[in-house]
Design a protein around this ligand. Sequence first.
Ligand SMILES: NC(=O)C1=CN([C@@H]2O[C@H](COP(=O)(O)OP(=O)(O)OC[C@H]3O[C@@H](n4cnc5c(N)ncnc54)[C@H](O)[C@@H]3O)[C@@H](O)[C@H]2O)C=CC1
Ligand code: BAL
Length: 495
Amino acid sequence: MLNKVDYKTQATALKLPSKMIVDGVQVAALSGKTFATLNPATGEVLAELPAASAADVDKAVTAARYAFEDGRWSKLAPANRKKVLLKLASVIEENALELALMESLDSGKTISDCTSIDVPEAINSLRWHAEAVDKIYDQVSPANDSSLGLVVREPIGVVGIVLPWNFPLLMLAWKIGPALAAGCTIVVKPAEETSLTTLRVAELALDAGLPPGVFNVLTGDGPEVGEPIGRHPQIDAVSFTGSTDTGRRFLKYSSESNLKEVVLEMGGKNPCIVMDDVPDLHAVASHIANGAFWNMGQNCSAISRLFVHKDVKDRLLKKLTEVARTWTVGDPLDPDTRVGPLVSTTHFEKVSAYLEGDGKVVVGGKVFNGTTIEPTIMEFDRHDSKHVREEIFGPILSVIAVNSLAEAVSLANQTEYGLAASVFTADGTRALRAARAIKAGTVTVNCYGEGDAATPFGGYKQSGFGGRDKSLQAHDQYCQTKTLWIDLCNSNEGF
Ligand SMILES: NC(=O)C1=CN([C@@H]2O[C@H](COP(=O)(O)OP(=O)(O)OC[C@H]3O[C@@H](n4cnc5c(N)ncnc54)[C@H](O)[C@@H]3O)[C@@H](O)[C@H]2O)C=CC1
Ligand code: BAL
């Protein structure tokens, strides 16, 4: 790892992308309009980017459709697609520091996370899906003797990918890895706050040998670019990560256009349960702090409701306070910083409003520079407080004492969301019973996390719809299933 001065020097020398990629060519918006992307740590303008609109969407979709239909990518042997995608992963790896710096500057994410998690995990995700694609077999159905039933997978076609700002590069990789591996062509819209790494990866993809028209990127905002993607009749599927409100819109766009497939990975209000038998409260506190404060709490699977057994609550809060105070707040380019700014002043205003209210602040509560909120823990005695109900998407953890595991599980499920949850107890059977009873797509036991590349990620209830990211299940988002039924009756062979 470099030191702060070196990161700053390297960041100053970065050449930032300023054009979209359509049909393999760097382009401005057809209207010529641009918008500024800011460094949330300083408020400075990093770059002026094309502000695309429906006409640009149409142009990119036409290119993606042509590239899909002529088979330059979709009809390559899976082993050949794998070769190109592995090359892309290697090219990203060669440019890892550049991408990590770009991500940190554009989003406010800490450089230590960008270098140790976002970039390496994005590379890992691309490699995982590339490696998988020439090992996935189709199926033969259990048909009668006079027929042969084949169940084959085909790339779904042109895919629209609409991304959030909290893990720009990693969410890009989670979606383009399986989409490209399956043979689809794609039109990607990064979040307007954090477009830079997506633009750079699309450039690198051309260097790696991805044919033109396969990977198109449009920059701009939701109504101008996201909605035309959602409504475009030549897009076969949309994969979206972001808020539940916007996810809902994609269902409307689909139902009012061509009924394209829609996969939504949305919000969470993720519970963590701690029982009174946990042996090492310091370890538990470290996991919880990581779950709640990592990426400044801007994480759909962040722990945001802690249900702790009343007999251990005070001791756990003491440990959590100690741990939270070790989370250094500061400049995201300083490798010692664990808490940088939130992604934008707009988001800061939304999150900081939750520092007011009926909860008792246990630790934290301070804000800095109009962008940064220190790790904050608030205790509540009512489950219906808005802090305990609403997705905050910032470094604020709400705590409620419970009398039993049954009460904790019941409260954990009292939410419209169902993305992730954690259970801490020394009793394996109780942990598994609780994990099975909680309605969430991922439940971790005695740890916090999201599994690995091989585990599906997505939500129950209003956290998810239509499929999963990661794992082989992610490939299903980007494939159609076709049945081939072959008559074997017309044989005069005598057997
Ligand atoms: N589940 C997750 O990973 C995320 C959740 N959020 C939640 O959403 C809240 C609002 O953040 P936003 O950035 O506004 O999220 P958002 O869901 O509106 O934005 C995500 C993506 O959707 C696009 N989009 C926005 N409006 C659209 C529209 N009308 N049609 C089509 N596409 C549209 C955006 O341009 C962006 O690319 C946050 O405070 C947080 O609670 C935000 C980002 C990620
Ligand atoms: N944590 C990965 C997915 C998300 O936050 O959007």
